[in-house]
Design a protein around this ligand. Structure first.
Ligand code: ZN
Length: 253
């Protein structure tokens, strides 16, 4: 089994610490800060660092972790020029493992042009960085709406029980935005209420599941006619709807 532990950092980042329960092998996903990871490890070894993309809040702790633990650093081959030094450069479709837990690399350009995700297959878990957030998605810093829609189509096709471990706790704001653009969605209203209760308790909302996202994430529902209607653009393509949603979300508070 893959044990997954959330390690909060900065304002709203979620770093992830993984451990294979059989072998004890560990990995940190997107350690933007070394301190919280070292503290969570409590002296246990760290074997690998898995990177999704090059932004500082995802890579800031890598060099210190490598120095202190000797962990091997894995990231996308095409982005090696802007990532910390990689011990292993990955390609789309490549297999990696944390102990006995196998994962596949998914290349999902949108938030950045070199963004990847790690999909663990036995334990159905997705570490998707800033591509997908619960009920939302990352800003399009480098990619375009067509790439974002392609990423959403790919992710929504994953097994419904797949748990989504994204890199930020943005769920409440995303849910409030989603209700605004998808007001008649009953599943969404129920989820907003659950998220509000969790946050009021000071608890994290991540992970969610692919099944929940399919029903409530407007960026995964950009091909539903009611989304286009609600945006005042009936008959618009999913890519046009994605562009309009992302633009509107950029200024939503
Ligand atoms: Zn980012």
């Amino acid at each position: 089994m893959l044990e997954v532990r959330a390690v909060p950092a900065f304002q709203d980042n979620l770093l992830w610490l993984l451990r294979c329960s059989v072998t004890g092998q560990t990995a940190a996903v997107d350690p933007g800060d070394a301190g919280p990871i070292l503290e969570a490890l409590g002296g246990q070894p760290l074997h690998q660092v898995l990177l999704t993309h090059h932004h500082p809040d995802h890579i800031g702790g890598v060099d210190e972790l490598r120095e202190r633990t000797g962990a091997q650093v894995l990231g996308f081959a095409r982005d090696r020029h802007r990532l910390p030094r990689l011990d292993r450069a990955l390609e789309e479709g490549e297999a990696i493992s944390v102990g006995e837990e196998q994962a596949t690399v998914l290349f999902l350009p949108a938030h950045t042009m070199g963004h990847i995700a790690y999909r663990f297959t036995t334990t159905e878990a997705l570490f998707c960085g800033d591509t997908l957030f619960l009920m939302g998605c990352g800003r399009l810093f480098e990619g375009d709406p067509a790439m974002l829609w392609a990423a959403m189509e790919r992710l929504r096709a994953l097994p419904p029980a797949t748990r989504i471990y994204c890199a930020h706790e943005y769920t409440l704001t995303n849910a409030r935005f989603a209700v605004e653009v998808d007001p008649d969605n009953e599943a969404l209203r129920e989820r907003l209420a659950r998220v509000q209760a969790l946050r009021a308790d000071g608890r994290n909302t991540v992970p969610g599941t692919v099944a929940e996202e399919r029903l409530t994430n407007p960026f995964m529902r950009a091909d539903q006619p009611e989304l286009a209607l609600g945006l005042g653009m009936p008959g618009a393509s999913p890519v046009e709807v994605t562009a309009a949603l992302r633009q509107r979300r950029n200024t939503f508070r």
